[in-house]
Design a protein around this ligand. Structure first.
Ligand code: GLN
Ligand code: ZN
Length: 753
């Protein structure tokens, strides 16, 4: 026998049932009990799928109505005191208020879960935070699974990762690690409650071990697990998203009963653990991506270990399947070859079933399944749709300095200013203008075939003309076309590039009820036709002012897609860069000589370990620069990045060598810009002077305050004025009002210069 277990399953349901139920509940269209019933039914379905795939332990405690870290805050009584709620008696409405805010309190902040696109709610710790065990919702899930006759393993995030993911709040400075002593008794109570409810194994996730964890945190593992191991439960300590080889000695010395390793992300770490003498769970099926595994190859790795470890060898997905869409079978419109290369959650658990059978009864017992897996892998490796020799040849033939502009910035900017003739503090926008319901309706009608391509084009042109006219009226200096034709900044380009495919139901949870449906980059990337030129030139034809072309950058397209795993990510990124380069040169030829290449996702692509940052930044920034390979010096390349910490990556950002960068700075009160000033950032820069996330119209005084701060750190000659980000989520009245304030304040300050 080989034990197959899971840490978690997608909770949104095959058709996003949970999302729709949550949102109906929030709109008061669904009663509380109905929402709870829908959630319970989804859990049951998930467990039945897992059991049908021969999982020995189905995942429980993974399901949540919003976020599993919010659940853990409730379970440990560590909800923010500022809400004034009693964690032991929390109503469902209060639970959602923690996640979504209420009239008095802003929501708990969210941030990305390690290097995924899932967002968790960041625990708020105070020096005097007190914990209290509320294990009821975990126990309930366990009992529900047991009632179905299933063996279940609860999974909760461990105390060290929980503290690590939180933030210190309040006036008193302290180290949140100091809360561990108060937290551990509460973990003991939670685990005890699960044991009493019949849990044999409990999985404790400590993915913090795969990041650069300070020594004092690492040192806390031993006493923590010595303490938790005294309980009745068998503990499986799980790590994922990276290697924990550097902690091998520590992990082997812990009195736990088993250890889980992510062998998809870090296959080489197995050598550090091959002599582990307790349960060793191997995460051999990718929980983060959508590719079908080559099961023979997996078995080649696992079989020798099975021979050595026997029953102690367990198998599992690399991490929770939360990050993978639900079911491939509903994707009936996908190309049949591509279809045969993919596996979503339901398919992945079947892959584990096959591995389990092969390990238990020999490969012959699953001959057909292994042959099918092999055939798919062979077909993929040999596919001429994926592998287009001209793409590799083009990359290989690039001159050594293809990622460098022809002249340095100091010379380029003179040529650009000569034709642009912009005033000091030029005003511009980040790209999108309100995506009105008419725009969305036109797109939906076009997709349904209810209106023709010509009608759709006319509708978009009308919108572009309106956006241009509004900007002229506002007297902005560099105009944009408004991006009406774009459903999404990545999807739009993916749909026009070869090598990309789109699923119908490939949703993964981003946070709460929000899901994203990333494009699939399956093959070599080629741009068959211009993608933006006709829209941009049409917009330019309507105005004498310079029109800025608008592209999504290669790193962002990569970062927000499911990426093929048969070549390096860096290679995929450079392929996208060259496809975008075709577009840059076509725009330039068509007279669009300001081109913005958005890269909001540069920072989130940073590897979990700092030691890997440079390698990533090198290829990511190179790919960005490659996008404007061969552009004339007089063509002005802009880039845009949303709210993020730039301090520690400023050399790389400067190295991108965009002529102008626009950043989101208003919510930091220009603090982020100060870093650019201190660093002596050499090129032009447009700090966002107002927050676009709310409909609130900024006052002139607020914008003036921010702009004066900006002038303190960046010379006026290199300063632009713009909102924080695109305006697609805004409505027209506030958009016009806010931009009017922005232009007026700019004119006032300009007159002083
Ligand atoms: N050009 C895009 C827009 O204006 C940029 C969006 C973003 O930075 N996320 O919508
Ligand atoms: Zn932005």
């Amino acid at each position: 026998m080989t034990t197959f277990h899971l840490a978690g399953f997608p909770r949104v349901g095959a058709k996003r049932e949970l999302k729709f139920a949550q949102e109906r509940y929030w709109r008061k269209e669904l009663a509380e009990q109905d929402l709870l019933d829908i959630a319970k039914a989804l859990r049951e379905k998930n467990w039945k799928h897992q059991a049908a795939a021969n999982a020995d332990y189905v995942a429980v405690a993974d399901f949540t109505l919003y976020d599993h870290i919010l659940d853990l805050q409730v379970a440990t009584g560590a909800i923010p005191a500022r809400f004034g709620f009693d964690s032991s008696n929390l109503s469902l409405d209060q639970f959602f208020q923690l996640a979504r805010g209420n009239t008095q309190q802003h929501a708990i902040e969210m941030t990305k879960w390690f290097d995924t696109n899932y967002h968790y709610l960041v625990p708020e710790f105070h020096k005097n935070t007190e914990f209290k065990a509320n294990p009821a919702h975990y126990v309930q899930q366990l009992q529900e699974a047991q009632a179905l006759g299933l063996q279940a393993k609860p999974t909760i995030v461990g105390p060290l990762t929980f503290l690590w993911l939180g933030k210190e709040k309040g006036k008193q400075t302290f180290n949140r690690l100091d809360l561990l002593d108060k937290l551990l008794p509460v973990y003991e109570e939670i685990l005890t409650a699960l044991v009493q409810a019949g849990a044999e194994w409990i999985q404790i996730d400590e993915p913090a071990l795969t990041v650069d964890l300070p020594a004092e945190w690492v040192a806390a593992f031993k006493p923590t697990y010595e303490r938790l191991a005294k309980l009745q439960a068998k503990l499986l300590l799980a790590t994922y998203f990276g290697s924990v080889a550097e902690h091998a000695d520590l992990l082997k010395s812990l009195p736990i009963d088993g250890l889980h390793l992510d062998l998809v992300r870090a296959p080489q770490q197995i050598s550090a653990f091959a002599d582990y003498d307790k349960v060793l769970s191997l995460g051999v099926i990718d929980g983060r991506n959508i590719w079908r595994a080559n099961l023979n190859q997996v078995l080649d790795v696992v079989e020798p270990l099975k021979a050595k470890l026997g029953e102690n060898l367990w198998i599992a997905p690399s991490c929770s399947l939360l990050h993978t869409p639900f079911d491939l079978e509903v994707e009936t419109q996908l190309d049949s070859d591509l279809y045969s290369w993919l596996a979503f959650s339901l398919q992945k658990i079947q892959e584990l079933n096959v591995i389990k059978q092969a390990l238990t009864n020999g490969r012959d017992s699953v001959k057909t399944e292994l042959a099918a897996s092999q055939a798919a892998a062979d077909a993929r490796a040999g596919s001429t749709v994926i592998h287009r020799p001209e793409v590799a040849a083009r990359l290989a033939a690039l001159p050594a300095n293809a990622d460098q502009r022809q002249s340095p910035f100091a010379e380029r900017i003179k040529l650009q200013q000569a034709w642009l003739k912009l005033p000091l503090l030029p005003t511009t926008n980040i790209g999108s203008f309100p995506q009105t319901s008419e725009i969305r309706h036109a797109r939906a009608s076009f997709k349904k075939g209810a209106i023709s391509a010509a009608e759709y084009e006319a509708a978009m042109k009308k919108e572009i003309a309106y956006v241009v006219a509004q900007q002229e009226k506002l007297d902005l200096d560099v105009l944009v076309h408004g991006e009406a034709e774009r459903n999404d900044m990545v999807e739009y380009f993916g749909e026009l590039l070869d090598g990309f495919a789109f699923t119908k139901f490939g949703w993964v949870q981003s946070y709460g009820s929000r899901c994203v449906k990333p494009p699939v980059i399956f093959g070599d990337v080629v741009r068959p036709n211009p993608m933006t030129v006709s829209w941009s030139t049409y917009a330019q034809s309507l105005t004498q002012k310079p029109m800025k072309g608008m592209l999504t950058g290669p790193v962002t397209i990569l970062q927000w897609s499911f990426v093929r795993n048969d070549i390096e990510r860096s290679t995929v990124c450079k392929q996208i860069a060259l496809a975008l380069n075709d577009e840059v040169l076509d725009l330039e030829k068509a007279g669009i000589k300001i081109i913005q290449i958005d890269e909001p996702a540069i920072r989130e692509g940073l590897p979990l370990k700092r030691a890997d940052w440079n390698a990533y930044l090198n290829w990511a920034c190179e790919a960005f620069r490659l996008s404007s390979f061969g552009a004339q010096d007089s063509t002005q390349i802009h880039t845009h990045m949303c709210y993020s910490e730039f301090n520690d990556i400023l050399p790389a950002i400067a190295g991108m060598d965009a002529d102008v960068i626009t950043i989101e700075t208003s919510r930091s009160d220009m603090e982020l810009l100060t870093a650019f000033g201190d660093f002596k950032y050499p090129n032009e820069i447009g700090p966002g002077v107002y927050d676009i996330h709310s409909p609130r119209v900024p006052t002139a005084a607020e914008i003036e305050h921010l702009l004066r701060k900006a002038l303190d750190v960046i010379p006026a000659e290199r300063l632009w004025v713009n909102p924080d980000c695109g305006l697609k989520t805004r409505a027209w009245p506030e958009t016009n009002a806010a931009l009017e304030v922005m232009v007026n304040v700019t004119k006032k300050l300009r007159a002083e210069l």
